[in-house]
Structures are given as structure tokens and as C-alpha cells.
Design a protein around this ligand. Structure first.
Ligand code: ATP
Ligand code: MG
Length: 336
């Protein structure tokens, strides 16, 4: 487990300035706090030590290594981490410190890393003392909204309770709101969410996720919500090259590798698959690799006899080319 500071969002005692060794960042301390009372005489805080102690660098590094592409997303997360760290340092020298509102929207097509990034975000917020536990709870409309009168509030509150101390990701958030249906209880769930989001002390960050255009109209019809969502982060479709890099990363993690001919075949697979319906970015890549592993296993058993570690590791060309994606160049299939 991490040894993150035990602070909650607000009202927590200011964490120490991380060893506050004398060093860099001199001259950064202002003369007086906002309320006019003087701060301690020009203390010098070590930004680098504070960063190191928060261990947030580790998570950002992991994010860089484990997620291909997503440069704008990574930049935003870095900025948020910096902001929270500075807020902590400010609080440690008696400057007004109000944790910034961090509710977010993650927009983008399926399989572009929204849930994965939300998980990392929860870890970072935890390391920086913004939330107490740092876990992720994923919910959809069905988890929040009841079918009968009186069922919605307890459902929504139960989910909020589970998520407290961490991050609540509401997937396909626009389904919460069904203006065409008079007897819909989604509005009730939104009201409860709003109250909790407003109250910083609830130690919870809410992330709304879904397709970009639908999310925009959802926010347009719920101005109360949209004004409480400070960070909008867009996750674009991956390029073919990024998808190939993602495949290599996933394989390496599983101790598999393409033979040279399989790598070529897979590049072709991705090109074809991209043109077919229901493509879900990195998730489709993961599914394709799972199926290739299945074919490799069958191939090895059909061959029988002995196997070498190398053979156990390698996916060969046939493991890729047996996909229906190749057979169905003219006949778009279901994912395979
Ligand atoms: N940039 C990336 N690099 C490596 N792996 C990735 C990347 N993006 C996503 N993945 C992997 O792809 C899979 C799907 O990602 P994830 O579930 O985060 O997508 P999502 O945007 O939440 O999808 P959905 O909209 O369908 O919920 C996960 O296994 C994840 O680890
Ligand atoms: Mg998701």
C-alpha cells in the first residue's frame, strides 16, 4: 500500500512540507497570507523533495510507460498533480488553501483508455491526499436510477457511499438524463450527485464518461452539472501505429511475442479491422490478441509432442491470419 498522507479533501491538517529541506525555490514565499496575517518569515520549501515524497512521479512514470500515446491526457494529469502539490505546500505555510474542484468529464470512443486513466487518477489523488482511499467505482445508469418511485435515492446514495474516498466513474453518463420520458427518475439521481459534488468535504471525485457529442448535449441540458465539472479531457481514437504499439506492450506484459511474419500480419489485421464496424480501439486489440493466443494454443496441441519455451512464447503468422477479418475483406463480420 502507498504511504500517502492521511489527509482528506478539506479540513485536514496541512501535511508537513515534505521535509522542507533548504534548497531550490527560494524567494517563492510571499510576505502575507490573504487574510492579512503574516506567514512565517520567508520559509524556503523544497519543491523537488515534496514531489519525491508524494511519490506521484512514480505513478506519472507508470502512466507514461504503460499507456501508449494520450499525450494531452498525460499533460492534463501532470498539471492537476502539480496544482494539488502546490496547494498542499501553500497550506503548509498558512496560505489560503482550497482544494480545487476536480470533477471531470472523459470523452471519447470505446476502448480509448478512459477507465484505465480514471484508475490512475484515483491513485494520484490519493497520493496527494485529495481523497482518502484512492479506489475507483464504475457505475452506469442502472446502478443509480431505480424503476419505481422511491428507489432512486437509496440506489444513488449507496453507490456514492461505496465511492467515497475515491473516484466515481459514471459510464455513458448521458443515459442518466431522459428528457423525453416524464416518469424518468434520472433527474433525481443527478440532483443527488450535484449535492455531493458541491460539497467538497465528501471526499469524492466524480468523472462523467462517454461519447463526446452526446456528452456535450448532456452537459448543455444540465447546466448545473456542467458548471461543476472543471476538467474536460478528450480521448481521441488511436492511430494504427499507436494500436500496434499497444499490441506490443500488451504482448510484452503477457510474455508473448510476434514472430516477424506475425508482426507484419498483425499490422495488416489492424489496417483491415479499422475499416470494419464496432471497432473499440485498444479493447479490440486486446481481444484480437486473446484470440491469437487461443489459436497458438490449439496449434501447439495439434502439433503435439514437445514444445520449447520459445514456441510457448511466440505467436506465428497463422495465429493472426486465421482471423475472420482476413476472410471477410468484402463481408464485414462481427469482431473476430
Ligand atoms: N494507451 C493505451 N496503452 C495501452 N493500453 C491501453 C491504452 N488505452 C487503453 N488500453 C487498454 O485497453 C483496454 C480498454 O481500455 P479502457 O477500458 O480504459 O477503455 P475505455 O475508454 O474505458 O472504454 P469504454 O468507453 O468502452 O469504457 C484496457 O485493457 C486498457 O488497459
Ligand atoms: Mg470504460
Amino acid at each position: 500500500m502507498s504511504d500517502a498522507p492521511p489527509a482528506s479533501a478539506s479540513g485536514a491538517p496541512p501535511a508537513s512540507a515534505s521535509g522542507a529541506a533548504p534548497a531550490t525555490a527560494s524567494g517563492a514565499a510571499p510576505a502575507a497570507a490573504q487574510n492579512g496575517s503574516p506567514v512565517a518569515a520567508d520559509p524556503v520549501l523544497d519543491l523537488d523533495a515534496a514531489y519525491r515524497d508524494s511519490q506521484v512521479g512514480e505513478i506519472l512514470g507508470k502512466l507514461d510507460r504503460e499507456l501508449v500515446g494520450l499525450a494531452p491526457v498525460k499533460t492534463r494529469i501532470r498539471e492537476i498533480a502539480h496544482l494539488l502539490l502546490i496547494d498542499k505546500l501553500r497550506s503548509s505555510v498558512g496560505l489560503a488553501s482550497e482544494p480545487p474542484p476536480l470533477h471531470m468529464s472523459f470523452t471519447g470512443p470505446p476502448g480509448t483508455g478512459k477507465t484505465t486513466v480514471a484508475m490512475r487518477m484515483a491513485e494520484i489523488l490519493h497520493r496527494l491526499g485529495y481523497v482518502r482511499r484512492g479506489h475507483l467505482v464504475v457505475a452506469t445508469r442502472d446502478d443509480l436510477v431505480g424503476q419505481y418511485i422511491g428507489h432512486t435515492a437509496p440506489k444513488t446514495k449507496e453507490v456514492l457511499k461505496k465511492a467515497t474516498g475515491g473516484v466515481l466513474l459514471i459510464d455513458e453518463a448521458y443515459y442518466l438524463y431522459k428528457p423525453e420520458n416524464e416518469r424518468d427518475y434520472g433527474g433525481e439521481a443527478i440532483e443527488i450527485l450535484l449535492q455531493v459534488m458541491e460539497n467538497q468535504r465528501d471526499d469524492l471525485v466524480v468523472i462523467f464518461a462517454g461519447y463526446k457529442d452526446r456528452m456535450e448535449s448532456f452537459f448543455a441540458s444540465n447546466p448545473g452539472l456542467s458548471s461543476r465539472v472543471a476538467n474536460h479531457i478528450d480521448f481521441p481514437d488511436y492511430t494504427a501505429d499507436e494500436l500496434l504499439a499497444i499490441a506490443q506492450l500488451m504482448l510484452a506484459r503477457l510474455n508473448y511475442a510476434f514472430s516477424p511474419a506475425a508482426a507484419t500480419a498483425f499490422a495488416e489485421y489492424v489496417r483491415l479491422r479499422l475499416q470494419q464496424p464496432q471497432f473499440a480501439n485498444a479493447r479490440s486489440i486486446r481481444n484480437a490478441l486473446d484470440r491469437a493466443r487461443l489459436r497458438q494454443a490449439t496449434r501447439l496441441f495439434e502439433h503435439g509432442g514437445t514444445v520449447t519455451p520459445h514456441q510457448l512464447e511466440e505467436l506465428d503468422e497463422s495465429d493472426i491470419r486465421k482471423s475472420r477479418v482476413f476472410a471477410a475483406k468484402e463481408r464485414p463480420p462481427a469482431e473476430s
